[in-house]
Write a protein that binds this ligand. Structure first.
Ligand code: MIG
Length: 789
């Protein structure tokens, strides 16, 4: 998308509102004519288009500006139904005002110009006089920018935490070994949070065509703008007064992930590719012999027969079921890759079925589109066809019957050997019909949807779905990884920002290939990256076909010991991580949380020296650092922070240089918190009797939600959970509320581990003195634990 300079546009607009430029006509939305106002919708007509404004909630409004025939009436992203109302509305000759309860809207009529104020009376969104325009089919909108305005989000994007000054495009793209500045990449998440003059807001542009956002990139800093190659300017304004609530609202609208299988939070070992079966077994056995915890082994494309999806290679994997049974016995789950392309080959069941049913992408004349990928010439399933999705979902039977438990959706941008896929291809689009231009950005999302729906039914338990390409709302179907990154420090740190940006944009379950897909990491880079991976929801080692081995023992004995301890640390935190996952399913708050969520107006958070810092769940601060540094300056937000390994306490509100030898990433636990942990086992499902509650002293206390369920079934949907609210005063009193839910906790005991306290005396639970070790029974009832120092 060429960048049009604001200055030129301004000039053009000054001349006249409809201009026949040499290329294509620039059309202004123009003045409001017909007006219809009601509690559920404001409907306006201008010379060029219609405007619909709908309150989705007291702090969410949807604005849809469309030319005739361009209305967006089917969204894959949105699942929230409007539940707001305008509490009052008025119009004069020159303007319309309305209120949703929390938000106030003012619309000038000549020309149409919208302004929105939040609950506190702060102006959060203001159309520029350039407003909304079309050029050919392309639609674009200009918003006024405050001089101090910042922008965060947009999901899987390169660049800095604060996106001001940058331009981003959305067109899902396979980019092997991408540059650290590359754009666009694999996923389209057109949602950002704006931080304007001490007020927060969010904008989600629900348009699946090629789209873009320019956060005052190469303009004179008075505007930001966004647009799309076709379709309506259909966007949502979130006006909540803090970033967490905006995330909650955005994920209410576009959905949240459901609980993944607990094992998927363990360490996952991938490579391109492990084969034959004996090699897979050897890898699994090595983990167990060396006592390095791990849960997942991946089969990349070589497990298939001639890269034919839903098949196993007859020699390399001649007895898949017995292989997987054996792995299961060792506590391993298998995840297989699936690409969308179906090999054109009569007699291959998937091709025969696909061809017979016509569930494929077609040229306008009805002929199948054929593109070349791994298997050679392929048809591309039409995942926007409900029947096609059902067919795809059922086809996993060969894999699920063999015992495969996770499904890795690759190449679903879709990618076809660098070929240009014609924009004119036809897709079913839920029976409405749409061109490739419209569905390209949702192709991967609909593939992951079909994969989840199908495998869930076949397995009767939670499958793990991982995708490369997706769109807003795709978090309902899958986790995501950031594609073919490179083994450099720059990429490692970029990966941290991408995962936290994905988290901010609705995708809590995200991660990067450790330690770089392309290129070769040094020993130090491998270990540093693994260390960061411990604090990344998706914790997966992966490497390219010809890449250096990335198993934890591939870097020599000393490094193996370090790697093992890092992975054990991850397993120790499993009760905490699983609870954080639960939180994400409830309110969309991610697991990796940029400090900007809590302190959006703290300039230190965006300082390039600290922008990579994040909270891992509620209690843990992580300061990522390059493998080349042995120390790093850390910005400590308010509070007391205990170094996880050394126990050293750092006071908040300051910058301190912290030692960071390899294997000891600066990680800190917040004072006044309780963190549930466990003694690590070989894999996630290893049962322990004793839950460790790590109690860190602090000037103020905290509330915490501890969550358990069986980790694998959908019974949690019927309240088969064990939820405990933990309220700690920071000093000497810990209250554990009675359990909610019918699940029998896996724990019999809780061991209290005190940090930052002097010798603890007179420990009691519900008034009964506890002597000896700090162990109490972990029942279901209310507990009040007290002590003295
Ligand atoms: O053309 O399946 O991003 O993780 O190992 C490359 C082989 C296809 C790209 C994925 C990568 C995977 C690789 N795939």
């Amino acid at each position: 998308m060429p960048l049009r300079s604001l200055y030129c546009l301004l000039l053009l607009v000054c001349l006249t509102s409809t201009i026949n430029a040499q290329d294509s006509k620039l059309i202004q939305l123009g003045d409001v004519g017909k007006v219809s106002l009601s509690a559920k919708e404001i409907l306006l007509q201008t010379e060029q288009g219609s405007i619909s404004i709908i309150p989705y909630d007291s702090d969410i409004v949807r604005i849809q500006i469309a030319q005739a025939g361009k209305k967006n009436n089917l969204s894959y992203g949105v699942i929230g139904e409007p539940k707001g109302t305008f509490t009052d509305w008025n119009q004069s000759k020159t303007e319309i005002t309305a209120s949703t309860g929390d938000l106030k809207l003012r619309i000038s009529k000549s020309p149409y110009q919208l302004r929105v104020w939040n609950k506190a009376g702060k102006l959060i969104v203001e159309d520029d006089t350039l407003g909304t325009t079309w050029q050919g089919t392309e639609v674009m909108a200009y918003k006024k920018m405050h001089p101090t305005e910042r922008f965060i989000g947009l999901g899987e994007k390169t660049g800095h935490l604060d996106r001001k000054g940058s331009f981003y495009e959305n067109w899902n793209t396979d980019d092997f070994g991408y540059e650290a500045e590359a754009d666009p990449l694999y996923a389209t998440i057109p949602f950002f949070v704006g931080l304007r003059d001490s007020a927060t807001y969010g904008i989600f542009l629900d348009n699946t065509y090629r789209s873009y956002f320019s956060f005052a990139a190469s303009t004179d800093n008075t505007c930001y703008h966004f647009g799309a190659a076709d379709g309506a300017l259909d966007y949502y304004i979130f006006g909540a007064s803090d970033v967490s609530k905006i995330i909650e609202d955005y994920t209410w609208l576009t959905g949240r992930m459901s609980m993944p299988p607990k094992w998927s939070l363990g360490y996952q070992q991938c490579r391109y590719s492990y084969y034959p079966d004996t090699e897979v077994l050897a890898i699994a056995k090595t983990f167990r012999e060396k006592k390095i915890p791990a849960d997942v082994i991946y089969l990349d494309i070589h497990y298939m027969d001639a890269y034919k999806i839903f098949t196993f290679h007859p020699e390399r994997f001649s007895k898949p079921k017995s292989l997987m049974d054996e792995l299961k016995g060792m506590g391993f789950k298998v995840v297989t890759i699936v690409d969308p392309g179906i090999k054109v080959e009569k007699g291959y069941h998937a091709f025969d079925e696909l061809a017979a049913n016509g569930y494929y992408a077609k040229y306008p004349n009805g002929k199948p589109y054929i593109g070349s990928v791994w298997p050679g010439r392929c048809y591309f399933p039409d995942f926007t066809n409900p029947e096609g999705r059902a067919w795809w979902g059922k086809s996993f039977k060969t894999l699920t019957d063999a015992g495969v438990r996770g499904f890795w959706n690759d190449m679903n941008e879709p990618a076809a050997w660098g070929q240009y896929i014609p924009g004119s291809l036809n897709f079913n689009f839920e029976g409405q019909g749409a061109s490739y231009k419209k569905i390209h950005n949702v192709y991967g999302m609909q593939m992951s949807r079909a994969t989840l729906d199908g495998t869930k039914k076949l397995m009767g338990e939670r499958p793990f779905i991982l995708t490369r390409a997706t769109y807003s709302g795709g978090q309902r179907y899958s986790a995501i990884w950031t594609g073919d990154n490179v083994a450099t420090d720059e990429h490692m740190l970029l990966g941290v920002r991408m995962v936290s940006s994905l988290g901010l944009s609705g995708f809590p379950f995200a991660g990067c290939d450790i330690a770089g897909f392309a290129g070769e990491p040094s020993d130090a880079l491998y270990l540093r990256w693994l260390n960061i991976g411990v604090y990344t929801p998706l914790f997966r080692g992966h490497t390219a076909y010809d890449g250096r081995d990335h198993e934890p023992w591939s870097f020599g004995e000393t490094n193996e010991e370090i790697a093992k301890n890092l992975i054990r640390q991850r397993y120790a935190m499993m009760p905490y991580l699983y609870s954080a996952m639960y939180t994400a399913t409830q309110n969309g708050l991610p697991i990796v949380r940029t400090l900007a969520i809590q302190q959006p107006f703290d300039a230190m958070v965006y300082d390039l020296a600290y922008e990579n810092e994040f909270m891992f769940g509620d209690n843990i601060l992580v300061a990522p650092v390059s493998s080349k540094s042995n120390a790093v300056k850390v910005y400590f937000p308010a509070g007391d922070w205990y170094h996880m390994q050394t126990g050293e306490m750092f006071a908040g509100g300051q910058v301190k240089l912290v030692e960071a030898p390899i294997g000891q990433l600066p990680v800190f636990v917040k004072g006044g918190t309780v963190t549930p942990m466990v003694t690590p086992g070989d894999y996630v499902e290893v049962q322990r009797d004793t839950l460790q509650l790590h109690i860190y002293k602090g000037k103020s206390g905290s509330k915490y939600v501890f969550y358990e369920d069986d980790g694998i079934s959908y019974k949690y949907e019927d309240n088969n959970i064990a939820l405990r609210n933990i309220d700690f005063n920071g000093m000497n009193d810990l209250k554990v509320a009675a359990q909610t839910g019918s699940f029998n906790s896996s724990y019999k005991y809780a061991e209290l581990v005190f940090h930052g306290f002097g010798p603890v005396k007179n420990l009691s639970a519900n008034g009964n003195k506890i002597s000896g070790k700090n162990v109490i029974a972990w029942g279901k009832g209310e507990m009040d634990v007290r002590w003295e120092e």
